[in-house]
Design a protein around this ligand. Sequence first.
Ligand SMILES: *[C@@H]1O[C@H](CO)[C@@H](O)[C@H](O)[C@H]1NC(C)=O
Ligand SMILES: *[C@@H]1O[C@H](CO)[C@@H](O)[C@H](O)[C@H]1NC(C)=O
Length: 479
Amino acid sequence: MAKSWFGKRLKLTERGSTFMIELHADTAIFLTMAYILAINISILVDFGATCFFSDCNNSHQCASSYQSMSTSPSWSRASLKVAHRHGPCSPLHLKQNPDHKQILHRDQSRVNAIHARTTTKSLRANAANSIPDHTGDSLGTGNYIVTIGIGTPRRDRSVIFDTGSDVTWIQCEPCRSCYQQREPLFDPSQSSTYANISCSSSYCSELDLSGCTSSTCVYEVQYGDNSYTTGFLAQDTLTLTSSQVMPNFRFGCGENNDGLFGEAAGLLGLGRKKVSIVSQAFQKFGGVFSYCLPSTSSSTGYLTFGGGSTSSNVKFTPMLTDPTTPTFYYLDLVAIYIGGQRLSISPTVFSNAGTIIDSGTVISRLPPAAYSALRLAFWRLMSSYKSAPAFSILDTCYDFTGYGQVSIPTVALQFGGGVTTNLDSSGILYVASESQACLAFAGNSDASDLGIIGNVQQRKLNVVYDVAKKAIGFGPNGC
Ligand SMILES: *[C@@H]1O[C@H](CO)[C@@H](O)[C@H](O)[C@H]1NC(C)=O
Ligand SMILES: *[C@@H]1O[C@H](CO)[C@@H](O)[C@H](O)[C@H]1NC(C)=O
């Protein structure tokens, strides 16, 4: 590995700058030494071998690394395959994938919506940001899909999974206004176990937004901008795996839905409130779930409910709560390391803003002072590469045209309790194209805006949520 890296790197340098040819032999040796020292603090990224999300089309093969977990009889556990919404592993098989600019634009809409929910100055987020919100954009960025079974007989439906919201819903017949989806609409009249929930049920009053039509509970979810789903609050059998079946699972049967949910059949709400699947399945899975998001669209990850045999290399940091936004999973980001060096950022920069971890936000957002320190250090360590123009919300970009492999500095996040998590290389660079690969972080516009650990930074990690123990764990090489 080191040998091929070494060879490649020298070749790059020759190609990259003509003055190298005129170097004296001993200078060249000195440079070589520096590269060897740099191995410990950098990661190799192989451009040839990797297919990056919407660069990939469905003619690539889906290399499924997923294996059904063996279930221990004493502890319930259910493991579902996670695929990126776009690309060959997606159960949706979309003909047209949004491009990177659209993905990042929608990501900013989602972040604006999160900031609007968590700020006391509620209109500030929209006013300060140059990217306007559009109808339906806020959850269009939920990029990861799982397939669940609903009803009897079971109907499989592919849904976005989202730790940033609570209500699970699917589009249902009879549909008054539905967005286009890939799979057939769910028809409750064909399920022998389906039942409406009445307005007098406590389940109806637990909803943030509810109404009543001929004594049937009507739910509604609005996603911060203009995307929404509304219909009947219902219960039916939810089949996670053939051995893990939940009768009377409560969800929204959506008859009026709009937004860029990307042709998925609905959404699986993994937030912390009572209606979420995590709370509903608490007796069964003990409030524990974990996932691994694949690093490319041609591989798969997992979403597992239940703990049981959590690997010993998972390190836990406290899960924090903010009573004003009880849906979100807060944690304590305390420091950032780049190339093995701790960035000089005052801990109050992080604590003043607060941080959540979110499966639906793409690019992590940092307080402005933290982001500028990270960007500057990255820029210095990457000075041998040709810079490229900013790409959407990403402002630190490089042109790697002609490079087979590049070496980038490691980035690690440190959380409360002394937990340090090294990011995968796919969590450091966002590769829009070979000529525009960017540092995959962005800064918030206001120092008091919430920081967000997004899904790009979570790639390949085993991320464990333990609501009972109030802990969030990170382990390497999840998938
Ligand atoms: C899809 O990828 C294959 C293999 O890389 C390539 O040959 C083909 O032209 C691509 N098709 C489209 C529509 O981009
Ligand atoms: C659920 O409620 C709606 C509205 O009242 C009704 O049209 C539908 O038939 C009900 N479904 C069942 C299975 O009771």
